[in-house]
Write a new protein. Structure first.
Length: 365
């Protein structure tokens, strides 16, 4: 049985007064989604959407929302925890594998970020043979800073972004997974060229460390490199390009301040640490990102589209190599949790709300 949330005529949202010429028109594809978090498109244009309370749904291009897909692992759905990202395996057409990141409950009231995979059956109603292939260590109490985005690199390995569980200093400790970018094989094993393989006391899954809370990540198509946008404290959201084995500095340095007003040294004071490509103060609260490739918005080719929770819209970043050349805001008037591009090149976004929605952005003309 399916629920239908398509609004008559696909409701158009008012464009902001500061909109640039040619700003996209915005349609609501489907509503009634409970804090939707992750978005991935099947080859036929149907969207897989995660809901943070622990449900995975299919949303058709005309707005039909399925019953929950069976076979999703049990989640720790408190505060920022729950069912998080979703991506398709690079060989989805043959394997039908779907990967999920989520807050996994442990003993007592503990939890940590985990990754599971399963095979989507032919009618899309269930994940079969679901298995957890990675568990962040250690599991801790509290519901803050789980990350987590998933991104497949061209070599078939999977990047997993995490948070430091609001514990600060463990992000500097490579003996745990807190505040790290991880790199695992598609089956959860450790690639032997990871930077900490063979180092005593270090977690071999770690790619980079010293991160705070990464809820946006994407692979740049032109070179296959991972880019992330991570949340700072009071100020200092960062756009970064994580490199193997590098320390990105949290909480030793930051462009922001602690929530209690205490200062944090700025990154230039520590040239030994990896620097950021760009920073936002005030924050945009980045969540979800994609490098645009498609015919719908030809002038945006290669730009980064970043969902903004605090920004209440999409931040479009123009690049010149490794440098930010320009920035534009698409004001949607809602907290944006994820951004993705459909097979037809049209941009879609998820709104973060108890009654959340899947939006579609088309060219104005």
């Amino acid at each position: 049985m399916r629920r239908r949330f398509l609004l008559s005529g696909a409701a158009l949202l008012a464009l902001p007064a500061i909109a640039q010429p040619g700003a996209p028109r915005v349609e609501t594809v489907a509503g009634g989604l409970a804090h939707p978090w992750g978005l991935a498109f099947l080859p036929d244009g149907t969207a897989l959407v995660t809901e943070r309370p622990g449900r995975l749904r299919r949303v058709t291009p005309d707005g039909e929302v399925s019953d929950p897909v069976r076979g999703v692992p049990r989640v720790f759905a408190e505060e920022q925890g729950g069912l998080l990202d979703v991506v398709l395996a690079p060989d989805f057409a043959e394997s039908r594998r779907v990967y999920l990141s989520f807050a996994e409950p442990g003993e007592g009231n503990t939890a940590s970020t985990a990754v599971a995979r399963g095979r989507l059956n032919q009618d899309g109603t269930a994940l079969e043979d679901t298995e957890v292939i990675f568990r962040q260590q250690p599991k801790l109490e509290g519901g803050m800073h789980f990350g987590s985005r998933l991104a497949f690199a061209p070599d078939g390995n999977l990047f997993v972004t995490t948070g430091e569980r609001f514990r600060f200093d463990p992000a500097q400790d490579v003996s745990d997974h807190l505040g790290t970018v991880l790199r695992i094989a598609a089956d959860g094993s450790v690639p032997q060229d990871n930077p900490f393989v063979g180092r005593q006391g270090a977690r071999p899954e770690i790619w980079s460390y010293g991160h705070r809370n990464i809820q946006a990540a994407a692979i740049r198509p032109e070179d296959g490199a991972l880019w992330i946008a991570e949340m700072g404290p009071r100020g200092g959201d960062e756009l970064n390009r994580p490199e193997a084995g590098r320390n990105h500095g949290w909480p030793l340095v930051s462009w922001g301040q602690h929530y209690d007003g205490r200062d944090i040294p700025d990154p230039p004071t520590r040239p030994d640490l990896a620097g950021s490509i760009h920073q936002w103060t005030p924050v945009i609260s980045p969540s979800g990102m994609v490098f645009y490739q498609g015919s719908a918005f030809p002038d945006w080719q290669g730009d980064i589209l970043i969902g903004g929770l605090s920004a209440r819209g999409i931040v479009r970043v123009e690049l010149d190599g490794q440098r930010v050349r320009g920035e534009h805001r698409i004001d949607l008037g809602r907290r944006i949790r994820d951004v993705a591009v459909a097979p037809d090149g049209v941009i879609h976004a998820l709104t973060d709300a108890e009654d959340g929605a899947l939006l579609r952005l088309r060219p104005a003309d």
